[in-house]
Design a protein around this ligand. Structure first.
Ligand code: PMM
Length: 299
């Protein structure tokens, strides 16, 4: 297994997290990997493509989505995590539920990726503290059914507001007993955000980095990229045709254009985004050893 900390500290080049959505309705790849066997096969192919971590989720968070039953979410993610962890993958579980997080860690996940940052089910913070898992806290304001009603960021603007709201989450996470070196923050692109909010956030990651934690960014295939590429009638580009824009963004972030190093990029097409990062690595003077994935500073 790669030394994840070393890669982020030595080079500043982001890790790549491959998305394994075990859901019938995710907006980017819903229904494609919604049975256990197909999800495991997809995870293995993402690893072969060079994923540093795999993010396994059983709840769609696309705008307007309704929540799955707990039993359904467990049934989706636990067997997939077990199989992928058994193959040596570093696995994160994408869940807002404490029970799912606990069972996922038992099954071999070492990262809890909570898009609600502990707001949906505060007990998830105790699970993170007790298990010693790494905890990703994303900026979030409401469940997907209503989140687009919460896009008002007031006179301070989205960047300052997201920073302040993430700082509040950090206080809660610390109070639950999670160690600082286990905390990762995420601006939550597309969650209670208008398109321009997402662009402001990716340009000002330095403001979020001031909080002192590694940053994870998930832009892959999101609606703001579709809107950027809208046709002459204003119709956003279809979800399956946004990849090139996402890769361009990954390359820019990998080259530090967000104003701060990104610890990890959450993407669907791992191989394509790694290609973009290879360009960023050349640009910034880093090489990536394709055999081991370890990045080194060029002499
Ligand atoms: N986005 C989605 C799901 N989980 N987790 C984190 N940490 N950051 C994100 O931006 C994020 C996430 C929604 O995207 P999908 O439906 O394509 O998985």
């Amino acid at each position: 297994m790669r030394d994840l900390d070393r890669v982020v500290r030595v080079t500043g080049l982001p890790l790549v997290m491959g998305v394994v959505n075990v859901t019938p309705d995710s907006f980017s790849d819903g229904g494609r990997y919604d049975d256990t066997g197909r999800a495991i096969a997809h995870g293995l192919s993402l690893l072969a493509d060079g994923a540093d971590l795999l993010d396994v989720g059983g709840e769609s968070t696309r705008p307007g989505a309704t929540r799955p039953l707990l039993a359904d979410e467990l049934g989706r993610v636990v067997p997939v995590i077990e199989a992928l962890a058994a193959r040596g993958a570093t696995v994160s579980v994408d869940t807002m539920r404490a029970t799912v997080a606990a069972r996922a860690v038992e099954a071999g996940a070492t990262i809890i990726n909570d898009v609600s940052g502990g707001l949906a089910d505060p007990e998830i913070l105790d699970v993170a503290a007790q298990t010693g898992a790494t905890y990703v806290a994303m900026h979030w304001r409401a469940h997907s059914a209503t989140m687009q009603d919460f896009t008002d960021y007031g006179p301070e603007g989205v960047v300052a507001a997201v920073r302040a709201e993430l700082a509040e989450r950090v206080s809660a996470i610390r109070a639950a007993g999670v160690a600082d070196e286990r905390i990762v923050l995420d601006p939550g692109l597309g969650f209670a955000k208008l398109a321009e909010h997402n662009w402001e956030l990716v340009r000002r990651l330095d403001v979020l980095a001031e909080l002192g934690f590694p940053l994870l960014v998930g832009a892959s295939r999101k609606t703001f990229l579709g809107r950027l590429l809208a046709d002459e009638h204003g119709e956003p580009r279809a979800v399956g045709e946004r990849e090139a824009a996402g890769i361009a963004l990954s390359a820019l972030l990998g080259a530090g254009m967000g104003g701060a190093p990104v610890w990890c990029l959450r993407v669907h097409d791992v191989r394509a985004h790694r290609d973009g990062l290879a360009v960023a690595a050349q640009w910034t003077g880093h090489t990536v050893d394709r055999a081991t994935g370890a990045a080194e500073e060029q002499a």
